[in-house]
Design a protein around this ligand. Structure first.
Ligand SMILES: Nc1ncnc2c1ncn2[C@@H]1O[C@H](COP(=O)(O)OP(=O)(O)OP(=O)(O)O)[C@@H](O)[C@H]1O
Length: 469
């Protein structure tokens, strides 16, 4: 069962830390004895915060604390003592709420004798939940008041904020707080891919930085989340959580063209927000470009390349051990952690490879064309060896200045020379085999790289010793 957060304790702590004078005010109750509704509000340094309502005093207090915390942490405007005027049609809102959540919404209208005349009363049944009855001067007013009460209890009297990105409105009068901007402070947009964008954010309460990727729910997003949540490895970008929102973050202009083509005709379209560890801003693509600009095929580059190659293959071995195929390995999808360690990211095309021996039928042509294995471009059946082919090309780029596709093709053609120079014959040659079954798996590649490193280090120390004699 989902646990309610202790907003009262959190608010007390916040007030203590910031030397604020905090008190709760009991606003009494409404309704009949068996079906009362309680209200409370928070007053901090003499200022009122939105009231909280609930079926018990404790619920109302909790809701009031939650409302105040939201205001304080988001910097939301305070409510004034004057009632907030809204143009929300509460009955419409309630009907839409019922439709969205597949709950029946039924008004229960009645009349009760008053001191001078008959008074109309109304309450609502929403699903199995019976909300308190309230009275009005007319039957319509009683119904509206009853719907407003349900709205207050569900939304906690939060008033709609006008600033962009903080509230998402998903229908006439419907107001929901956007989790992205209420929990996080967006700092900058880090990247924009074909399906969405990635933002650097700060968690407001934890004061820690993360990356949040926002993608349209219907595309590759769920596959990405599901794979990431299976994976926990030093060389794979760490996943924390995801959530779904009806709308995109409004500060995210990258969706403008996307949303018009993908969501305009689909009011059901939702967005997934994926919270991940924040990596350094430079990807492996930037690393390669930088080395190529320096123009040297020096020993330092070879040493660093070897370390990077080893870490990539460790990550890939782990991905394969969990029966996943990445399918889009390329330098732009390989990032670095804050200590320089490799972090494989972008699991948007990941697929499962449950059967070790069988070639599973897959969608043709998924991945980035220039890194695709031959069978990935043309055949419906391929396996994890497509990742090994991409690794072969990545290793080439790590070691050599290959800036264009034609250069890459040329090096493949003058392969013998390349292999002779670097004694990498078996490894890279085998990774780029046309036939997937001839390519090594990640475990064999890792072992070969370790051997290569030992030989390289041995040669290096031999060379250094000879130079110092
Ligand atoms: N965890 C992260 N930390 C820092 N930057 C990140 C992180 N994840 C992604 N990025 C940045 O955002 C860019 C786009 O991310 P990503 O590749 O996941 O998006 P995408 O929409 O799947 O892209 P593509 O079109 O390449 O498939 C990356 O190239 C990288 O620069």
């Amino acid at each position: 069962m989902a646990q309610t957060k202790n907003y009262i304790a959190e608010l007390n702590e916040h007030a203590q830390k910031n030397h604020l004078k905090l008190r709760f005010e009991d606003l009494g109750s409404d309704g009949l004895d068996h079906n009362k509704i309680f209200s409370q509000k928070v007053i901090i340094d003499g200022k009122d915060y939105p009231k909280g309502v609930g079926k018990t005093k404790k619920d109302a207090k909790l809701k009031a604390a939650e409302n105040a915390l939201r205001c304080l942490l988001d910097g939301q405007d305070l409510v004034t003592s004057a009632p907030v005027k809204t143009d929300i049609n509460y009955i419409c809102w309630l009907n839409e709420y019922g439709q969205r959540n597949r709950l029946t919404v039924k008004p229960v209208e009645s009349t009760r004798p008053g001191p001078h005349n008959i008074i109309p009363w109304c309450s609502f049944m929403v699903g199995d939940e019976e909300y308190p009855a309230v009275s009005g001067k007319t039957a319509r007013e009683a119904k509206e008041e009853a719907a407003k009460l349900v709205y207050d209890m569900i939304c906690g009297s939060q008033t709609k904020r006008s600033s962009a990105g903080l509230v998402s409105s998903s229908g006439a009068g419907s107001v929901t707080v956007c989790r992205f901007t209420s929990e996080f402070e967006p700092l900058e947009r880090l990247g924009k891919g074909a399906f969405g964008s990635v933002h650097k954010v700060r968690h407001k309460k934890l004061n820690k930085e993360y990356a949040v990727k926002i993608v349209c729910y219907k595309e590759k997003a769920l596959r990405e989340v599901s794979a990431l949540s299976d994976l926990f490895h030093r060389n794979i970008v760490r996943y924390y959580t995801f959530w779904e929102e009806d709308t995109r973050y409004e500060g995210d202009l990258s969706f403008d063209s996307y949303s018009s083509s993908h969501t305009a005709d689909n009011s059901e379209a939702k967005f997934l927000y994926i919270q991940m560890e924040l990596c350094a801003e430079n990807t492996l693509k930037d690393w390669i470009d930088e080395k190529n600009d320096q123009g040297l095929q020096d020993s330092k580059r070879r040493e660093e390349s070897l370390r990077i190659a080893q870490e990539i293959v460790c990550g890939v071995e782990y991905i394969h051990s969990k029966n996943h195929i990445h399918r889009d390995l390329k330098p732009a999808n390989i990032m670095f952690g804050m200590e320089g360690e490799v972090k494989i990211g972008d699991f948007g095309l990941v697929t499962s490879d449950d059967d070790d021996d069988a070639w599973i039928e897959r969608t043709v042509c998924k991945g980035t064309p220039s890194y695709m294995a031959p069978e990935q471009k043309s055949e419906r059946q391929y396996d994890r060896k497509v990742d090994m082919f991409a690794l072969g090309l990545i290793f080439f780029e790590l070691l050599w200045k290959l800036s264009t596709r034609s250069e890459r093709a040329m090096v493949k053609a003058s392969f013998i020379l390349f292999l002779f120079v670097f004694k990498q014959k078996q490894i890279i040659n085998s990774l780029l085999c046309e036939k997937p079954e001839d390519r090594p798996d990640a475990g064999a590649l890792k072992a070969a790289l370790e051997e290569w490193t030992q030989i390289y280090n041995g040669q290096k120390s031999f060379h250094q010793e000879n130079q110092t004699v």
